[in-house]
Every structure is written in structure tokens, then in C-alpha cells.
Design a protein around this ligand. Structure first.
Ligand SMILES: [Zn+2]
Length: 112
């Protein structure tokens, strides 16, 4: 395995996270976001687990479970406004949320 220092891994994660946040906030392309969102979730989780492993020598089993639960919940509940592409969270109960940017109901399909 390539021996990348932990601070460099954190810098890479922060840079990717900022770039992803900017894309999610400013792009209006909901279809592209639906395709890329699961990839960003997996990349973020893998990077996080690599950093934890490098820092502590192992990843506790509870952390694997927590990451899997958080990723699944996020992938299932985050939707994108069809009108403007803004992300929102649709819970399994209740009406679809209103878009923070344009006010349309966020009722599109989940990311895939
Ligand atoms: Zn909108």
C-alpha cells in the first residue's frame, strides 16, 4: 500500500469535500448529481476508513456498521430538486420537502 501521510490524506479529503459541496450547491444538473452522489459517498467513506486505519492501526467493527448505516440512510433519503438541482432530504414518512432554493417539492427519484 502506498504510504501517504495522514495529514496529506486529510488534505485530499477536505479538498474533495469542498469541491463536492460546491458542485452539489451550485450545479443545477439533478440527473448528474443523482449519478455522482453514490460515488462521492463511497469515496468519502473509504477515505475516512483509510484515515482511521492509518491513525489507530485498525477500524473498530462498530465503525464499519456505523458507516454502512449512515451511507445507506443518506443514499436513500437525499434527493435532488428537478427544477434547480438543489439537494434536500426526503424522509420515509411525511410529505416531500420543499426546495430551499426554488420552493418546488423535492419528489424526484433517489440517487443511483
Ligand atoms: Zn429547487
Amino acid at each position: 500500500m502506498i504510504d501517504i501521510p495522514v495529514p496529506a490524506l486529510i488534505a485530499v479529503g477536505a479538498t474533495l469535500g469542498l469541491g463536492n459541496s460546491a458542485f452539489m450547491l451550485f450545479s443545477r444538473n439533478a440527473a448528474l448529481k443523482r449519478r455522482l452522489f453514490p460515488v462521492t459517498l463511497v469515496v468519502g467513506a473509504v477515505l475516512f476508513l483509510v484515515i482511521v486505519h492509518r491513525m489507530f492501526g485498525r477500524v473498530p467493527p462498530i465503525m464499519w456498521v456505523a458507516i454502512a448505516v449512515i451511507m445507506t440512510f443518506t443514499a436513500v433519503t437525499v434527493r435532488f430538486c428537478d427544477a434547480c438541482g438543489m439537494p434536500g432530504q426526503r424522509l420515509p414518512f411525511g410529505p416531500p420537502p420543499k426546495c430551499m432554493r426554488c420552493g418546488a417539492a423535492i419528489d424526484g427519484p433517489p440517487a443511483r
